[in-house]
Ligand binder design. Structure first.
Ligand SMILES: Cc1ncc(COP(=O)(O)O)c(C=O)c1O
Length: 453
């Protein structure tokens, strides 16, 4: 029996059902539910930054952002069990936990972002934010990065540029190229890249207007993770948002990847650009594995939307997810995880940058906090096959990582935020060892396969 996984370029690939469980999965979920690795990994337990497979092999998790404060975190478990053991009921009743969490969450945003609507996933958050923007602007034009992913609803599928979907881009959607400034670019080169990227934004807005789709929103992930963590100048983002506002649209920051201290110095990814969004969307790490998402917005937008729509959401705003999310913030505060991500991420990046200077295949190390990307090239060209080989080679060395980017050649390091300095050393030495094997040409002899999230 075979299953189908997806490489980062969206191309389907076949996976043999080498285990009974995989056979059962294919027989029930079908063959299209994506799986990582040539031989999919069956995990049976996790704790902190470690996970274990059925054979008892342990792996250092340098990849997963959903277990934000660690796999099987005891405080999250306790909070969830307590809520389940007391009251967890339809959101139309008044319960304490979602309110307490909302107060705590909102205190982390700029003062005008003073309301929150809870959802169950990142997709749902983005869908809702777009709906609010559409109603506010009475228009539907959307700008999107030309290699991005924001979710799986129908309207988000119509604006998916970073993985394979059957839906064509909507007539109301315009992709734009996010500028990636080389590390050694001069101020003049940077300015010229920014000005041509902003000219593209102007053209995109004009085109949407000409098609009868005035601008409603720009939807962006402030870490530009699917894009492969490009170096995006502050002046670009400021210029982009200025243009969006001038055209009457709203700036939606999708913090599903970049939020909750992932980028180290900032609680929210958008803060690195110093531009406040009109709407912020949250998901993935928020509940440490318990589904919860949110749209954070100003009172005025909520008032406008709420007064016109009877918006109801059964599971959102209930005690279990908000208790899990509250525990995440508690652990983050008590263990100073954002500051730690900054410190450990910086040391790891410096360490890895050493390879960029010496390893023939590593051309760049990018990212911030505990979201790093290691760009691989061969003879100056993007090397997706090498990246695929490397993620398998790291697995063999007991480390989980994956890859991103438009060429699928950027190794993605995005561990749970409780990743420590010893873990960073373990990762760096596995990487060094795997790259040494790659230098002997081993990788080129293997057909590279992999998967993505
Ligand atoms: C930036 C971004 N936004 C939204 C989503 C969708 O989130 P979910 O899978 O929870 O619907 C993802 C998922 O990978 C994402 O990376």
């Amino acid at each position: 029996m075979t299953a189908v996984g997806y490489a980062s370029n969206g191309q389907p690939r076949k996976v043999e059902a080498h285990s009974q469980l995989l056979g059962r999965r294919i027989a029930t979920l079908g063959p299209y539910s994506p799986l990582f690795y040539r031989e999919p990994l069956e995990l049976v337990s996790g704790s902190g930054v470690w996970v274990s497979d059925r054979q008892g092999q342990r792996y250092l998790d340098a990849y997963n952002n959903v277990p934000h404060v660690g796999h099987s975190n005891p405080r999250v478990r306790e909070a969830v069990a307590k809520a389940l053991g007391t009251i967890n009921i339809n959101s139309r009743y008044l319960t304490e936990q979602p309110i307490a969490y909302a107060e705590r969450l909102l205190a982390t945003f700029a003062p005008q972002l003073d309301r929150v609507m809870f959802t169950n996933s990142g997709s749902e958050s983005n869908e809702l934010a777009l709906r609010i923007a559409r109603q506010h602007t009475a228009s539907d034009g959307v700008l999107i990065s030309d290699f991005s992913y924001h979710g799986n609803t129908t309207s988000l599928a119509q604006m998916t540029t970073g993985l394979q979907v059957a839906e064509p881009l909507g007539d109301h959607v315009r992709p734009i190229r996010i500028p990636d400034v080389p590390q050694d670019a001069s101020a003049q080169e940077t300015a010229s890249l920014v000005s041509s990227a902003l000219a593209e934004v102007d053209r995109a807005i004009d085109l949407l207007t000409a098609r009868g789709h005035r601008l409603s929103a720009v939807l962006l992930d402030p870490s530009f993770s699917t894009e492969g963590l490009p170096r995006v100048p502050v002046s670009y983002l400021r210029g982009l948002v200025e243009r969006v506002h001038k055209a009457g649209g709203l700036y939606i920051a999708d913090e599903v990847q970049s939020g909750f201290g992932r980028l180290g110095s900032w609680m929210w990814g958008h803060q690195r650009f110093g531009v406040d969004p009109d709407l912020v969307t949250l998901g993935k790490p928020m509940g440490n594995g318990i589904p919860i998402g949110a749209v954070v917005l100003p009172d005025g937008l909520l008032e406008e939307f709420g007064s016109r729509n009877q918006y109801f959401n059964t599971f959102a705003t209930t005690a279990v997810p908000s208790s899990a999310a509250q525990a995440v913030l508690d652990v983050m505060a008590d263990e100073q995880l954002a500051a730690r991500a900054e410190q450990i991420g910086r040391a790891l990046r410096e360490d890895l940058t050493g390879y960029a200077l010496t390893d023939p295949f590593v051309s760049d190390v990018r990212g911030q906090g505990l979201y790093l990307g290691i760009e691989l090239t061969v003879a100056g060209e993007p090397a997706p096959a090498l990246a695929g080989w490397l993620s398998e080679a790291l697995r063999e060395r007991g480390v989980l990582a994956s890859r991103i980017g438009r060429h699928d050649n950027v190794m993605k390091v995005r561990p749970p935020l409780v990743f420590g300095s010893q873990d960073a050393r373990t990762l760096a030495s596995a990487l060094e060892d795997a790259l040494a094997e790659a230098a002997q040409g081993e990788w080129a002899r293997h057909a590279a396969v992999g998967g993505r999230a």
